[in-house]
Design a protein around this ligand. Structure first.
Ligand code: UDP
Ligand code: MG
Length: 318
């Protein structure tokens, strides 16, 4: 019998977990011929998330959990989940029921038909502000233009992955992760299914614009060096015009002499170039920062507890 792991990263989701449990097993209980594992990754929640997960596990041994030593963020929580998932396929799902579990049977069908990565694409985004929709659409456009791997638009992390994809993703041990890009990067057979994203059942989104901006920069710097190239072109363009301007100024001085004027042009040139230099330095800094972080080769996360067992982190797991 094939096992399917439903992996749910959870950070302060105490209000959603019971709904999630009911609704999820309501769906998957209808799937005969598979055994299911519901794997929670408790990402350092400060509320009752962990006790509730343990309570669910008391009731139902299909529930298991990884408790991280602190809040590491969703991207790290996901790799921790993939590291601990036992299934032949893994479904990644949010705890807030924005990803409808009703799609899972369809995902399984496509998986059985030979697809390795069945991802859910949003047809609509109910409950998200106009501003969030606009910024996310802009971000996808920019990323699409710049990177070499196709990035799937309007898809989240909600998807079913074959064991092959899971093993491939586990090999990527970058600490600053942009998982959505990694799904594309590892390749394999992809299949998209459409769905309408529901608003959260309860609680608040943990995202804010600072986090979104961070993720956007992560997405761009981890998948493309295009901004560095852009800086080079910008530098060449500006130098070219500066060169023409220089010839013009020298000729003018030789022909008509020099009357000490030109304060406005001097100021604008200095300020404009100063601005460009700072931007370019910032871009270089972003990449250098990534290099710095990756060279530390720190473990991605530490596990506090795995299914009631206190964990001493072994070097082969992290
Ligand atoms: N999440 C997490 N760690 C964090 C933030 C979020 O594991 O630091 C989980 C959260 O519990 C949820 C999922 O990631 O299951 C998506 O979070 P959220 O609903 O806040 O994001 P949104 O759906 O608004 O993109
Ligand atoms: Mg959500």
């Amino acid at each position: 019998m094939k096992t399917i792991t439903i992996m749910v990263p959870a950070y302060n989701e105490e209000e959603s977990l019971h709904y999630l449990y009911e609704r999820l097993f309501g769906v998957v209980d209808g799937q005969k011929g598979y055994s299911f594992e519901l794997l929670f990754v408790n990402d350092g929640s400060q509320d009752e998330t962990l006790p509730i997960i343990k309570e669910l596990r008391e009731m139902d041994k299909r529930v298991s959990f990884v408790d991280l030593s602190r809040n590491f963020g969703k991207e790290i929580a996901m790799i921790a989940g993939l590291d601990h998932a036992k299934g032949d396929a893994v479904v990644i799902m949010d705890a807030d029921l924005q990803d409808p579990p009703e799609l899972i049977p369809e995902m399984i069908e496509y998986w059985e038909a030979g697809y390795d990565d069945v991802f859910a694409k949003r047809r609509s985004r109910a409950g998200e502000s106009l501003m969030k929709k606009a910024t996310s659409s802009l971000f996808y456009k920019v990323l699409e233009k710049m990177s070499d791997v196709p990035i799937q638009k309007d898809t989240g992390d909600f998807r079913l992955l074959d064991r092959r994809c899971v093993e491939a993703l586990k090999k990527i041990r970058e600490s600053q992760r942009y998982t959505k890009g990694m799904f594309s990067w590892v390749g394999y057979n992809k299949k998209e299914i459409l769905f309408d994203r529901d608003p959260r059942v309860s609680g608040e989104t943990k995202w804010n614009y600072k986090k979104l901006a961070d993720l956007a920069i992560e997405g761009i710097t981890s998948f493309t060096t295009a901004p560095l190239r852009l800086s080079s072109f910008l530098g060449m363009g500006v130098s070219f015009f500066a060169f023409l301007y220089m010839i013009w100024i020298i000729s003018k001085t030789l022909l008509y002499g020099e009357s000490v004027a030109g304060y406005p042009s001097l100021m604008s040139a200095i300020l404009f170039l100063g601005g460009i230099q700072l931007i370019v330095l910032g871009i270089i800094g972003e990449y250098l920062g990534r290099v710095f972080n990756e060279t530390k080769i720190r473990p991605l996360y530490f596990v506090d507890e795995y299914n009631e067992e206190k964990v001493t982190n072994r070097s082969d797991l992290v």
